[in-house]
Design a protein around this ligand. Structure first.
Ligand code: VGL
Length: 200
């Protein structure tokens, strides 16, 4: 088994006070930093994604421009490339991150697999190069980018876990539905304390 950690969109705009802030987002940022302090050695690869939209237009209808956002398919402008809102949250210590993925340049992109690293490599190429077989997924938001990334990871043949104590969602109901859907797709839904149990 060769395991990767995917840290999805722990950005200022998805945390409290951000353009699309989810409740519990900052706590997720701090919790991921703790997980990395204690369990960096469990992972052959740590990859973090950022939503990275254009500020020039609606990014393929992803930003609500002339109407109210519905918070399902259209959103307030968020994570515009180069802005504070697109930065990682300050409580997420990125020093242990091996690969930074950006996605959504001009288009909606919920899954990390829609992004590329700084050299332009796809996520599936990065996984293949490192021989990854298992992926733990954490971050924001449970019901959108975590959901899409975990489902895509299953599609790519990975053994996938989502840590419920290290995700936060836009809405409670859609987050519960997303976790149920992930479970049906074969994702293991667990708390990150399983890492401590495995070590002892
Ligand atoms: C996300 C809504 C819009 C996410 C991204 O990161 O979950 N949610 N864009």
């Amino acid at each position: 088994m060769t395991r990767a950690l995917f840290i999805i969109d722990v950005q200022n705009d998805f945390t409290e006070g951000g353009a699309l802030g989810v409740e519990g987002g900052a706590a997720v940022a701090a919790g991921i930093t703790r997980l990395l302090q204690q369990h960096r050695g469990d992972y052959a690869l740590v990859a973090a994604s950022r939503d990275w939209h254009s500020g020039e237009h609606d990014n393929g209808g992803h930003f609500a421009v002339d109407a109210e956002p519905d918070f399902v398919a259209t959103w307030p402008p968020h994570c515009v490339e180069g802005t504070d809102g697109a930065d990682y949250h300050p409580d997420f210590d990125t020093s242990a991150v091996d690969v930074h993925i950006r996605k959504g340049q001009g288009v909606p992109a919920y899954s990390i697999f829609e992004g590329t690293d700084d050299a332009g490599a796809s996520v599936s190429d990065v996984l293949a190069a490192r021989g990854i077989t298992d992926i733990d997924v954490v971050g924001l938001a449970t019901d959108y980018c975590v959901r899409a990334s975990a489902l895509d990871a299953v599609e790519h043949g990975q053994h996938v876990r989502v840590f419920t104590d290290l995700v936060a969602g836009v809405a409670a109901e859609s987050s519960a539905t997303a976790l149920a859907e992930l479970g049906h797709a074969g994702v293991v839904i667990a708390e990150s304390t399983v890492l401590d149990e495995a070590a002892s």
